[in-house]
Design a binder for this molecule. Sequence first.
Ligand code: IPM
Ligand code: MN
Length: 354
Amino acid sequence: MPKTYDIAVIPGDGTGPEVVREGIKVLETAGEIFGFQLKFSHYQWGGEHYRATGEILPEGALDTLSKADAIYLGAIGDPDVKPGILEKGILLTIRFHLDQYVNLRPVKLYEGVATPIKDKGPADIDFVVVRENTEGLYAGAGGFLKRGTADEVAVQESINTRKGVERCVRFAFEYCRRRDREKKLTLCGKTNVLTYAFDLWERTFYEVAREYPDIQVDYAHVDAICMWMVKNPEWFDVIVTDNMFGDIITDLAAMIQGGMGIAAGGNINPDGVSMFEHIGGSAPKYTGKNMINPIAAICAGQIMLETLGERKAAAAIEQAVAKVLRDDIADVGAGRMGLTTEQVGDRVVSCLRQ
Ligand code: IPM
Ligand code: MN
């Protein structure tokens, strides 16, 4: 019997379903070639379901997801729903409930993909951001006092626990060792201003570092990281940071690797159920046009297979993607690829079969 993985699929809003369809095509091909099966169960949660029923996630949804081997997510976000409702009610709820405490975001410039950074190429842009994914400013701690009055107070607290910080930092050290490139881990923080939160991060980082003498450690403030990422992206191998900083720097990082058509990541619980998604949003204006680039969603599938332990299949998908980006796609932007969404998926599938 071939190994079978139960994958919960949430195609979501906008162009989510289109790119997920291509991702599934590629994943199924990889399964055929490398001898495993994927059983996909689709869940139609997102803006449309919410607008039709008033329900964000049905009862039992989280329970259902917690029984899958992994979750493959399209995109959440609907222009007709107030910002925050679906993002918090679906995306963040799943991340928190399944304790997906690392948001792993590889940043790699492939050959044939244009970067806005002058004089930098694929040899210079190849690093991974490990973003803490369950705490910090995202924890939802805070509140209002005297809301709507002239004396209003709004507090939003950054929650950093020793356990939460340490497990994220440990993951980053382990990942850096396994990645086995420059073996350099940079902590991205703001120790000069956030003197409580990043004091804890810094102490934890250097304590854990003692167990990893093979890893070179470095520190940079988040603002400086933004500067270096543009000026000298080749300095980075693995970066570890908190939830909010990780959110911000990975959008910058996505742009230097060629944009939202390429950027993918995983919400990882190393001992539980992880969820894989492309970083670009639901791109409502391209919905149903067969114009959006599915490569990011395909790469999310690749990270999923790697996390499930199907390393060979994941590596083959990466090679196929690299070849299609180099040889077939004119420009990674939606509508400028010289190919349709579906044709890009087909090209990756045929490269995989070669
Ligand atoms: C991301 C997104 C989410 C985040 C939003 C949609 C809540 O920007 O995955 O980076 O802030 O984490
Ligand atoms: Mn973001």
